[in-house]
Write a new protein. Structure first.
Ligand SMILES: C[S@@+](CC[C@H](N)C(=O)[O-])C[C@H]1O[C@@H](n2cnc3c(N)ncnc32)[C@H](O)[C@@H]1O
Length: 287
């Protein structure tokens, strides 16, 4: 079948859901991934035909897009901080806000200083791996409760040619982490933990709710800082003196987050907005 005929089929089925431009960009991503054929090549070879197997893959992707499955899960890959990351249903799709957190950590360091970093709730490993790639003298550790997420993160470390030590542990259970970390002290702890309250579900798109792992996203309405409190306790025990704690936070809970770090005697607390002007990142220094 000709690629241009399949493209028409995509537009007929999907333009009403996503709009013409987004459908075109999905189509180009898919032909690149499945047929190794770029948008430019298609413009130069408009009569290009593809194999039955490739056609089948594209039509399966079309059906998944009809069900509003994120394109990143269909292709199995996305980009974060200029690097490729494999994703699947066990890993949150990395978000652009989180790139800003990574940027903040990198900007605050001298590139060649040796340091030890821990990323808590690593998912795809996007934070840990981007830091390892950009801070070549850093020794990077990353922790997650999900063995399946860690499996993907290990693949991503290999894909990006960096060394990260992955640890399976539950940050909410002190017994699960205190043995594993008894001999380690960190210069930096960074985390983008679950922070969406159930009451915020109505603001979220159905494709996020139906497809992304709830364990990566949600916290109870009556305990929205559960992960931040646990990580702060962990940081008190495991950061070096003057060590830095960085969080991505819920945009509605900036004040509460500042209070949490103040109560725990962190200094030089800074709240930072993302490019949309929302309170999104917080940093504090251990005394
Ligand atoms: C918001 S996602 C962040 C993923 C990734 N760091 C990113 O920024 O895209 C939160 C991560 O925390 C992990 N997580 C959830 N509960 C946890 C727990 N009790 N202990 C450790 N990690 C946990 C989830 O598996 C998920 O990978």
């Amino acid at each position: 079948m000709k690629l241009k005929a399949i493209k028409e089929t995509f537009h007929k089925a999907l333009d009403v859901i996503y709009g013409k431009e987004e459908v075109s960009s999905f189509f180009y991503l898919l032909i690149e991934s499945y047929c190794h054929f770029t948008r430019l090549k298609l413009a130069l070879e408009p009569e290009k035909t593809i194999s039955k197997a490739e056609e089948e893959l594209l039509l399966q992707a079309l059906n998944r897009l009809k069900e509003q499955e994120p394109i990143q899960y269909i292709i199995g890959e996305t980009e974060f901080y200029g690097l490729p990351f494999k994703v699947n249903k066990n890993t949150l799709i990395p978000r652009p806000e989180t790139e800003e957190l990574v940027e903040w950590v990198i900007a605050s360091r001298k590139k060649n200083t040796p340091l030890t970093i821990l990323d808590i709730g690593t998912g795809t490993g996007c934070i840990a791996i981007s830091l390892a790639k950009n801070l070549p003298n850093a020794t990077v550790y990353a922790l997650d409760v999900s063995a399946k997420a860690i499996e993907k993160a290990k693949e991503n470390a290999a894909l990006n040619d960096v060394e990260v030590e992955f640890i399976e542990a539950d940050i909410l259970k002190e017994k699960s982490w205190n043995l594993k970390f008894s001999n380690l002290k960190f210069d930096i702890i960074v985390s983008n933990p679950p922070y969406v309250r159930n009451l915020e579900k109505q603001e979220m798109s159905t494709n996020v709710l139906a497809n992304e792992p709830h364990i990566a996203l949600f916290v109870e309405d009556n305990n929205p800082l559960q992960f931040y409190s646990a990580i702060t306790t962990f940081a008190i025990a495991n950061l070096k003196p003057k060590g830095e704690l960085y969080f991505e936070i819920n945009e509605y809970l900036g004040k509460e987050m500042i209070a949490l770090l103040q109560e725990n005697n962190f200094e030089n607390i800074e709240l930072k907005q993302d490019i949309f002007g929302k309170d999104r990142m917080l940093k504090g220094i251990k005394k």
